[in-house]
Ligand binder design. Structure first.
Ligand code: ZN
Length: 344
């Protein structure tokens, strides 16, 4: 059976993307004690979505309960919620994170499952499933990184690497952020280039050797030719809006040079899979420096007006602090959304 197309994003205020998460509530009628589940597919601002926000969603989820008891017709609300489960699936397929709250005991549990996609049709779970791996009593940036091999929000990873360098500039700073994604920071472009010789990472060496890694400087990352945005320099999530002031100043005064190294082929695969599951056809042109999607067309022969370059998608990842996989999925979904008229 063909994989169904699931929209992870929707357009929020000022065209800023919102990302979907799933809330399940286990409720018991206050009058007749009849049990029912209620599920919500809600969306939250994508660029500012952090672990702290996720925890707040878990804490506040019960307030969404609102229905008439199937058995006696009494209104069921927040006070009648016994258990809560909130599920978020990283759109780059790194995995899912699930937060559980037992409202009677106040006890929280978490489960992180690597390389699993959000399944909107999955039956609700009310506690971690031991078959899927370890459960946690608390969740931290570190546990997300260890179990899912990515940061919860890549913006915080940028800030971490740059702050590391500012504290101790000697020898530069670099880090692998997620599969196919590295950040390198030093005092100048040349110093940052030289620093990459020190990165002992087979994936990095392999990507470099085969010409698969694209280098994008943070300070020069505006995705000028991004097909989905007429004015990319002012798009939602640009680094000027979330980097701390001391880093913005260091970048503008060119006291610091920050590069991202990203796998082109991983982004290409994500874009292809998104278009394929949406039943779109397209042409792909590959050059040494870029990969270009054009003639992106629906089965009803609606054609997207512009072509999509993978380099612009990777620039978007840097410019707006996303993982390359997130930028690829978001951009491809924006095109699908416009072509299928889900997004106006
Ligand atoms: Zn009832």
């Amino acid at each position: 059976m063909a994989e169904p197309f699931v929209f992870h994003f929707r357009r929020g205020e000022n065209s800023a993307p919102e990302v979907m998460y799933m809330v399940d509530l286990y409720c018991r009628c206050g009058l007749c004690r009849h049990d029912q589940y209620q599920r919500f597919y809600h969306a939250t601002a994508f660029h500012s979505f952090t672990l702290a926000v996720f925890n707040r969603l878990v804490d506040e989820a019960h307030q969404k309960a609102d229905y008439e008891c199937e058995n006696c017709g009494t209104m069921v609300g927040a006070d009648h919620v016994l258990k809560v489960a909130v599920t978020y699936g990283f759109v780059d397929d790194a995995g899912i994170v699930r937060g559980y709250l037992d409202r009677e005991s106040g006890k929280r549990r978490y489960q992180l499952v690597a390389r699993r996609r959000l399944d909107p049709q999955e039956m609700p779970h009310w506690e971690p499933d031991p078959e899927l791996g370890t459960s946690l009593d608390t969740i931290s940036e570190q546990s997300v990184d260890e179990l899912l091999d990515r940061p919860f929000n890549a913006k915080l990873a940028w800030i971490d690497v740059v702050d590391d360098w500012l504290e101790d500039p000697e020898g530069g700073a670099y880090a692998r952020i997620a599969p196919g994604f590295w950040i390198v920071v030093d005092a100048s472009e040349d110093a940052a280039n030289e620093l990459t010789a020190e990165i002992e990472d087979a994936q990095f060496a392999d990507g470099k050797e085969h010409g698969d890694l694209m280098i994008v400087a943070l300070s020069e990352s505006v995705p000028e030719d991004l097909a989905t945005h007429a004015q990319p320099q002012s798009m939602a999530g640009r680094w000027q809006t979330w980097l701390p002031q001391h880093i913005v100043e260091a970048l503008l005064e060119q006291r610091i040079w920050a590069d991202a190294y990203m796998s082109r082929s991983a982004a290409v695969e994500t874009i292809k899979r998104t278009f394929d599951t949406a039943n779109l056809s397209y042409s792909v042109d590959v050059t040494d420096a870029d990969v270009f999607f054009s003639q992106i067309t629906t089965p009803g022969e609606g054609v997207y007006g512009r072509g999509l370059s993978v380099s612009s998608v990777l620039r978007r990842a840097v410019f707006t602090g996303l993982t390359p996989g997130e930028a690829a999925r978001l951009t491809a979904e924006e095109i699908v959304g416009v072509l299928l008229r889900v997004w106006k």
